[in-house]
Design a protein around this ligand. Structure first.
Ligand SMILES: NC(=O)c1ccc[n+]([C@@H]2O[C@H](COP(=O)([O-])OP(=O)(O)OC[C@H]3O[C@@H](n4cnc5c(N)ncnc54)[C@H](OP(=O)(O)O)[C@@H]3O)[C@@H](O)[C@H]2O)c1
Length: 249
């Protein structure tokens, strides 16, 4: 059996982040998770061994104490998953312009600066036969290239995260691999009504709600495959094939 890994996952209080934390705890790995709001899900994860650290990652000042808390807890960090996110509409951003700065801080600046600060404070071991010893994964969005009506700021910030991912891959090689997952529809929100669900499913070549396990499968792949860095893995159920404007090329 391989040694347990230590993963940092941001935004583990619910949905995809919570599922990732549960998945890696079930594999026997050590999981450090950041959260903003207390939830029952979080309490259940703590009971299974999660080390939870409270941090509002939209605040630039959150990074130094978070790095110290992680370095105090562990001498080893194998992976970082930048999952924490907000998705305000343009109308939300017009009502509260501060959300625009939060989008870039949460999706770009904090993940980049946190990754770099941890590289300094908790350096990854030397590469083994050229293989990186740390892996970083950004969660972006399958619609970053095509855009989406009503979500200019959200998608622009996720596009910036993909660019930052590639620059970090260049900066941190060969010690660290850096990749992104660009999800299409993964999980509906409870308030999504039947008509909205049907319309969204009809955009996919594979018309089902995939669920958070497909993101765990994708993170597993990116953590395991030693030759992949600077890459975005689309997990979009064929969205781009039925909707050519969503394609990257
Ligand atoms: N679900 C999908 O179908 C889908 C589709 C495309 C892309 N994605 C991407 O996949 C990732 C996970 O999606 P999801 O649906 O699970 O997201 P979600 O339900 O919106 O959860 C986001 C998480 O981020 C945390 N968060 C938000 N603002 C934060 C802040 N300022 N500081 C720290 N944490 C903060 C939230 O914590 P609090 O609740 O405590 O605020 C929550 O745990 C996101 O990056 C999302 O953009 C998801």
């Amino acid at each position: 059996m391989s040694a347990p890994r230590t993963l940092l996952i941001t935004g583990i209080s619910r949905r995809i982040g919570a599922h990732l934390a549960e998945h890696y705890l079930a594999l026997g790995d050590r999981v450090i998770g950041t959260y903003r709001h207390e939830t029952e899900t979080l309490q259940a994860l703590r009971a299974r061994g999660l080390h939870a650290i409270r941090a509002d990652l939209a605040l630039p000042d959150s990074i130094p104490p978070l790095v110290e808390a992680i370095a105090t807890h562990t001498p080893r960090l194998d992976a970082i998953v930048h999952n924490a996110s907000i998705w305000p509409s343009d109308a939300d951003c017009a009502r509260d312009p501060g959300l625009i700065a939060q989008l870039y801080q949460l999706h770009v600046t904090t993940p980049v600066n946190l990754t770099l600060a941890l590289h300094q404070r908790l350096p990854p071991p030397e590469p083994v036969n050229g293989r990186a010893t740390r892996s970083v994964v950004f969660l972006t969005d399958a619609k970053v290239s095509a855009g989406n009506l009503g979500f200019i700021h959200y998608l622009a910030s996720k596009a910036a995260a993909e660019s930052a991912m590639r620059s970090l891959a260049l900066t941190l090689a060969p010690h660290t691999r850096v990749n992104a997952i660009a999800p299409g529809l993964i999980l509906f929100h409870p308030q999504d009504h039947a008509e909205k669900r049907a319309a969204r499913l009809a955009m996919n070549l594979l018309p089902f709600e995939p669920g958070a396990s497909v993101i765990a499968d994708s993170v597993d792949y990116l953590l395991q495959c030693p030759a992949v860095t600077g890459t975005t893995l689309r997990v979009d159920a064929g969205l781009q094939l039925l909707n050519p404007s969503v394609r990257d090329d």
